[in-house]
Design a protein around this ligand. Structure first.
Ligand code: NDP
Ligand code: OXD
Length: 309
């Protein structure tokens, strides 16, 4: 069995090593532009260039070494008509829970303000917001969103979640469909975006939608930069309608040097690290799915190209 491997970061060597250990019968082929390779049975890709698509003609399935699928579905009909399989959790959900819990608690417990006070030598306890009014609203109740909801439930915050299809979850107010988004936002104090990027969710959080959040609301975006209209977010923070944001993802990554976010102290930024790919877990998951496909068995996390996730 031949497996084509590509990673946009070029760090293929440890992946080849892990795949060779986990799937000893497989021959790993690292994609190189211009090289004429014999056909491969499967491909494992992250951020492939268009030039690689020709090498996919005979693959039986494409595996993505990540959870988001926007970077592959953008190739549309140029992709072969084979299953595209993404990572399902594979060690990312717990990281998302850590990241979101940290950001929520920092805002809720006013640690930013204590840090500023400490710099000025000020010793002054601050009042806590009412927890019963501090509702966390999670956009996207999938593999990662559900783990975040479960984690935040332990802290006793009121919780709500928004998804495409209706859900029922004990202790969580569940909303579904675009017609319910206004109500969902109106009662959300901390909005956590954990949606896939699709034609329906692109630019979802624009000025009109963000304005539906109550005064003093806070945004955490760990999904994709294109969910948020960046100038609108900045306007609403500067006007005081929103208290601030923690952003892990941006329209252009790395965030370019002359970008107004760099100068806005109410925006906390991280370089797309909220959930890093855990290589060994990912290799084991993909290898398990390759074995299942070879045995004619179904696999989880197959992307629905029509829905875009
Ligand atoms: P899932 O596919 O498991 O979950 C997606 C959720 O979004 C589902 O609940 C789905 O609804 C909901 N959804 C999709 N479209 C809509 C819509 N139009 N309206 C309302 N809800 C919608 O994805 P994951 O949880 O695994 O991952 C989510 C995203 O997180 C990824 O797509 C990726 O972009 C991002 N990510 C970011 C990382 C980072 O480091 N910053 C790392 C990993 C992922 P339903 O349940 O009804 O289908
Ligand atoms: C992913 C990501 O989608 O790293 O897995 O953003």
């Amino acid at each position: 069995m031949r497996i084509l491997l590509h990673r946009a970061d070029g760090n293929t060597e440890p992946w080849v090593r892990d795949f060779t250990e986990v799937l000893p019968g497989a021959e790993m082929v690292v994609w190189q532009e211009g090289a004429q390779e014999a056909p491969c049975d499967y491909a494992v890709l992250w951020g492939p260039p268009a030039a690689l698509l020709g090498q996919l003609a005979q693959v039986k399935a494409i595996f993505l070494a990540g959870a988001g699928v926007d970077a592959i579905l953008k190739f549309g009909d140029a992709l072969p008509n084979v299953p595209i399989v993404r990572l399902g959790d594979a060690g990312m959900a717990v990281q998302m829970a850590e990241y979101v819990a940290h950001a929520v608690l920092r805002y809720f417990r006013r640690f930013d303000e204590y840090e500023k006070q400490a710099r000025r030598g000020v010793w002054s306890p601050l009042a806590l917001p009412k927890k019963s009014e501090f509702t966390i609203g999670v956009l996207g109740m999938g593999k990662l969103g559900l783990r975040v909801i479960d984690t935040m439930a332990h802290f006793g915050f009121p919780l709500r979640g928004w998804s495409r299809t209706p859900k029922q979850l004990a202790g969580v107010a569940c909303y579904s469909g675009v017609e319910s988004l206004g109500d969902f936002l109106a009662g959300t104090r901390v909005l956590v975006c954990m949606l896939p990027l699709t034609p329906e969710t692109s630019n979802l959080l624009d000025r009109a939608r963000l304005s539906l959040l109550p005064q003093g609301a806070y945004l955490i975006n760990v999904a994709r930069g294109a969910h948020v209209a960046e100038p609108d977010l900045l306007t609403l923070i500067r006007s005081g309608h929103l208290a601030g944001a923690t952003l892990d993802v941006f329209r252009n990554e790395p965030l370019p040097a002359p970008h107004p976010f760099w100068d806005e102290p109410r925006i906390t930024m991280t370089p797309h690290i909220s959930a890093l790919t855990v290589r060994r877990d990912s290799v084991c998951q993909i290898a398990g799915k390759i074995n299942a496909l070879e045995n004619g068995e179904p696999v989880a996390d197959v992307v629905d190209r029509t829905l875009g996730y």
